[in-house]
Design a protein around this ligand. Structure first.
Ligand SMILES: C[S@@+](CC[C@H](N)C(=O)[O-])C[C@H]1O[C@@H](n2cnc3c(N)ncnc32)[C@H](O)[C@@H]1O
Length: 292
């Protein structure tokens, strides 16, 4: 954890973490499979674990007959669950065209058509929708990848109808720490030093503040921690590579990627890393209705 924080500090000092446009582009490319093909196995490697977080995030929400948007939808796990819970329509929004294709395919297999679910390539920080048009805005396991989280929360508020609900799933301080720590130890430091790894951790207090200062009311939070245990260190390593779109945070030349990945995997094995922590912080809130 210390190594990751130190690296983030260097990224801040050298200005790299200030270049949000470049980071966002790397994240987009990562989830389109530009740095490794692990995202092509997103569902087989990660869906089981992502679904646990989605269930925790949606349980207790009254979504029946609502029109919702799922920002950073990935392969559509949250939207499909919300449809099962009775939402009228879901918009799946993601910056990656490839992830949207996965979501579209999964919704087709689940039997939904365009009267219930639609797909939109978008950037969470600049949403292509009018003001006040959704009953609920949901984002899960993606918030930590938005470089300007303040802007993203403002956009969520803007597109919500008065009285609408937000459910914001962020990453807590322990999220994936074993995998991140092993990656940064194994990788050639020239490629990662000074490139910020992520935009978490977020504490419940920070989430409440972010939501409150952007107008939300009746804010509540929940935190869930799971220790996901994989059969082998190699499985744990592949899971992290898929879910994090492998190395969006690094500058590894293409010809060195296989070699660097072997080093990461070998270190997972040497250290016996089979456990990867999920630390999920969920903020719920409401956009005040016009008469309140
Ligand atoms: C870890 S995946 C989570 C996906 C899904 N919500 C789940 O629970 O499995 C993160 C997703 O956020 C998307 N994403 C990252 N930055 C984004 C942005 N600025 N706007 C919209 N989507 C973004 C990625 O393309 C990726 O599909």
């Amino acid at each position: 954890m210390l190594l990751v924080n130190a690296n983030n500090l260097i990224a801040f000092l050298n200005g790299n973490s200030g270049n949000k446009t470049a980071m966002k582009e790397r994240i987009k490319l990562g989830y389109e499979g530009a740095f490794s093909n692990h995202v092509t196995r997103y569902d087989s490697l990660a869906a089981e674990y992502q679904k646990k977080a989605a269930i925790a995030q949606l349980s207790g929400m009254d979504l029946k007959d609502k029109e919702i948007i799922d920002i950073g939808c990935g392969s559509g796990i949250i939207s499909l669950l919300a449809l099962e819970m009775g939402v009228r329509t879901a918009v799946c929004g993601d910056i990656s065209e490839y992830m949207l294709k996965l979501a579209e395919e999964n919704s087709r297999v689940a039997g939904y058509d365009s009267t219930r679910i639609s797909f939109c390539q978008l950037d969470a920080e600049s949403l292509p929708f009018e003001d006040n048009c959704f009953d609920a805005v949901i984002t899960g396991m993606s918030f930590g990848l938005f470089p300007d989280q303040e802007k993203a929360v403002r956009e969520m508020y803007r597109i919500l109808k008065p009285g609408g609900l937000v459910s914001l799933g962020a990453h807590g301080p322990e999220h994936y720490w074993e995998a991140i720590d092993t990656n940064i130890r194994a990788l050639d430091k020239r490629h990662v030093l000074g490139y910020r790894f992520e935009f978490w951790p977020r504490t419940e207090r920070q989430i409440v503040k972010l939501m409150k200062t952007n107008g939300f009311r009746d804010i509540q939070t929940n935190r869930f921690i799971w220790r996901n245990l994989f059969s082998t260190p190699s499985d744990a390593c592949d899971f992290f590579a898929a879910v994090s779109s492998n190395w969006w945070y690094a500058k590894i030349p293409e010809q060195k990627r296989d070699h660097e990945y072997d080093k990461v995997k070998q270190l997972f094995e040497r250290r016996g890393i089979r456990r990867v922590t999920d630390d999920v912080i969920i903020g719920y809130g409401e956009k005040p209705s016009s008469d309140s």
